[in-house]
Ligand binder design. Sequence first.
Ligand SMILES: Nc1ncnc2c1ncn2[C@@H]1O[C@H](COP(=O)(O)OP(=O)(O)OP(=O)(O)O)[C@@H](O)[C@H]1O
Ligand SMILES: [Mg+2]
Length: 422
Amino acid sequence: MSLIIRDLLSSDIGPAVRLLEECRSLPDTKQTDIAQFVNDVSSGAPGVVAIDGDRIIGVIQARVVSDDAWINVVTIDPAWRHQGIGSGMLLRLEDKLMHLGVRKISALLSPSQAGETALVNRGFSAIHDLILYEKVEPIAPTAMRIVDQYGGEILSPDLWDRVAGMHAEKKIIDGRVVAPLADPTTAERVGVKAPATVLLFGPPGTGKTTFAKAIAGRLGWPFIELLPSKLESGGDSMSSELRQAMMELLQLERAVVFIDEFDEIASARERNPATKGVVNELLKMIPSYRSTPGHLLVCATNFVGDIDAAVLRPGRFDLVIPIGPPDLTARLALWEAALSRVNQQGIDIEKVAKATEGYTPGDVELAAQRAATAAFDRIREGIEPSYICSDDIDAAIARTRASVTGEIRQRFGEEAERFARV
Ligand SMILES: Nc1ncnc2c1ncn2[C@@H]1O[C@H](COP(=O)(O)OP(=O)(O)OP(=O)(O)O)[C@@H](O)[C@H]1O
Ligand SMILES: [Mg+2]
């Protein structure tokens, strides 16, 4: 049964109290005033629970007073400690609190009580001999309203580590994008300019959106995606809507603004005259992004060759980064993830990874599902083996076409030669 982290609801009070009672006598658990907890939750105080199956195994709850929040309850079932559950719950709680306009979150814990690691992991700093933990959220409540208005989110720094393999891409993005933005003072000392605009290009499903989110997560900046389809939906023309959105987002102290399927709004003017106004607007906006530190515009496309040449010129996009199909390490990790939690035997994952060049993460998932279905059908008919075997995987791979075909790979190679600027 997989673990779920979600908001604490008033219907959780019963099982949550049971956990609080169970953990009450543990020396490493923060003492909880249960009556106060029931009262707070009934009156809508924000909280988060971790659930395994139908059992609550973690509770964290806060009380909000104007723009301050106090974490009153932090309890994790002892059997579930040290697995990052505290950090996961805290991340979600922090997100909720920020949306409620909270600027400072505090928690009072004794040293080594459950939850201490989570606070440290989430960037809280200990005050007064490691007793009082505090964190000032990087985003002011007014800014959070703008983030909310555009459906933006604060993403976890862990996203970066969850991108499997892709060492070449990671090295470029880490060194050229994240590091200079995270430490502009050191970068500027040697004349390195932090990028303001980055274009990611590559075949579908190779991780462009994933990388854009991972960058925002690592920087701790809000991630706001501007959807071309949404921009069109309003009454105004797309170009004025784009300008308005991008201008408004510049008011934030920091932000990663992401435009996916960038070719749709910035295709070559002669190819798609309808986008002319949008391209002009974008060209006008880019200098504002460049002159406002703390703002990164990330665009992604599968069709870099279709983008208007004027948009691609140096001075517009600081970096143009190719994101290739998952490399061998990435495929190994993807296959391992797909097969680690199922009943399987005798599968040589390395061989499988080698045999699936051109597979995207979606392809790996599809092939793994097909192999699983074959084993499931056998089990239902009472035929052995009753687990996923090497033959199932081989058959599934034979049936599952790689999304990144030789032709696409070749085109990508040529585009990387022609357009990459890192
Ligand atoms: N290196 C990776 N490791 C693990 N999962 C990955 C990796 N790259 C991509 N994924 C997963 O594959 C899926 C597709 O990735 P993503 O949406 O980022 O691709 P994309 O390049 O933006 O695709 P598109 O061009 O279709 O927009 C996502 O579910 C993502 O989590
Ligand atoms: Mg994408």
